[in-house]
Design a protein around this ligand. Sequence first.
Ligand code: HSE
Length: 306
Amino acid sequence: MTSIVVRVPATSANLGPGFDTLGLALSVYDELEITVLDDDRLEIQVAGTGADEIARDESNLVYRSIAHVYADAGREVPGLRIVARNGVPHGRGLGSSGAAVAAGVLAAAGLLARAVSLDEDALLRLATELEGHPDNVAPALFGGLTIAWTGQDGPRHKKLLVHRGVAPLVLVPEHTMSTTLARSLQPAQVPREDAVFNVSRSALLIAALTQSPELLLDATADRLHQDYRAEAMPETYALVQALRKEGFAAVVSGAGPSVLVLCDGPGRRREAVEVAMRAADTPWESLMPAVDVRGGTVKERAEGSA
Ligand code: HSE
């Protein structure tokens, strides 16, 4: 019997102006071992972040993602044992659901590899069908900085490598935030000048992240989502404003409530943490991940091997 070992990174979506489009993979990981059983049982074991809240039945998101790929391929899902060791914080805007979906899709692709060939576009399509938007699942699958868009044939992505001078800092609060609530606070229409504002900043952000980190503060400004969502996460909004006032390129990570600071150099991260500790009334954990450049990985492991 063989097992599939999958590792997927945390991700931060939006990056300020790139709502539902830009995403960055970070070196914080969920690791899963998935074994095909010789009967139709489903066994799920979870340890690590958010373990108490994760379903152990067929509603489990990793399992649902595996089942989605099997259904798409016209195959029956076999009995499975899923053992997860999660490192990605849950409900904090760091792509935990995208990581679960990417893990399930990659695991299924690995298990079906001898019968079905899934290219990058197919993996992204399957993951986006489950997640609803591609900006977290693209970097979770492929790593680096990703631009994701939906073309006539479905979701697509372009992966870029981030300039070595960009050092991410993530500030994680104790409370969670619902993406559905955050999305419900945004209007269906926005003023044309706000749309133009975000188009210019998104274009600039690609240059800042790949060539010119000194432009990150201007390049991470946004008018499409963060202000509208502020009422649901006032501590996050205040922290972003306090950091930006001191010259740090701080944004809400995904739908929040974590804050991502794109520092122009590793040394600037400590300074940003000091500003954050002075500004915040509530506790925030600071993480200093690297940009993950590999994305999700899949290995086959023979039963009994290390
Ligand atoms: N782009 C998404 C949002 C990311 O901000 O709603 C969170 O899933």
